[in-house]
Design a protein around this ligand. Sequence first.
Ligand code: PCA
Length: 215
Amino acid sequence: MKKILITGFEPFGGELINPALVAVNKLDGKIVHGCEIVTRTLPVVWQKSIQALCQAIDEINPIVVITVGQAGGRPDITIERVAVNVDDYRIPDNEGNQPIDEPIVAGGPVGYLSTLPLKTAVIDMRAKGIPASVSNTAGTFVCNHLFYGLMHHLNASANYCRGGFVHIPYLPEQAANHPGAPSMSLDTIVAALTIIAETAVTFRKDAKVTGGTIC
Ligand code: PCA
């Protein structure tokens, strides 16, 4: 059976849980349009995150890879459009690394675009009543690092495989410790990730609707 690889991250930055890990664990073994979801947990650690992901891709040989992380403070599901070739960590990662203004891949392209059907997935999530949007920055911490490493790996691979990154809000129990911060229920996050997986395996060409912003 064809496989969809979905990854979550360990908790970081003083949180006791990572909603990405909690949600991704709920998806393990699910069948989506005849494809099996396989999940992995990744460390919130600079180079080790990419190494663990690439090892999982080589072992599982998926047709789609969806990497997921927490974006505490964002109100909706955000599908990332672009990964940039820079690490600039505002806080140390889980092993104390804090690269500043270093390339992720020396000599690599400035950026990579997601190959998930972003716009279609946003349309599909909104149609099911789930707040979602395209994001034009995945930050410069481990999530962007992993996203860039994913796209660099897929770009160099002979097998075509779609991939991208999704940021999700805090769970309500986390937001309770961050007064005023938005949150989303676990069921809604799981439903959103399922829709993104469904969209990724069924759509060939993305919808031509805007997901842009004006500064
Ligand atoms: N979010 C962080 C890293 C791990 C995670 O879940 C980020 O946005 O970079």
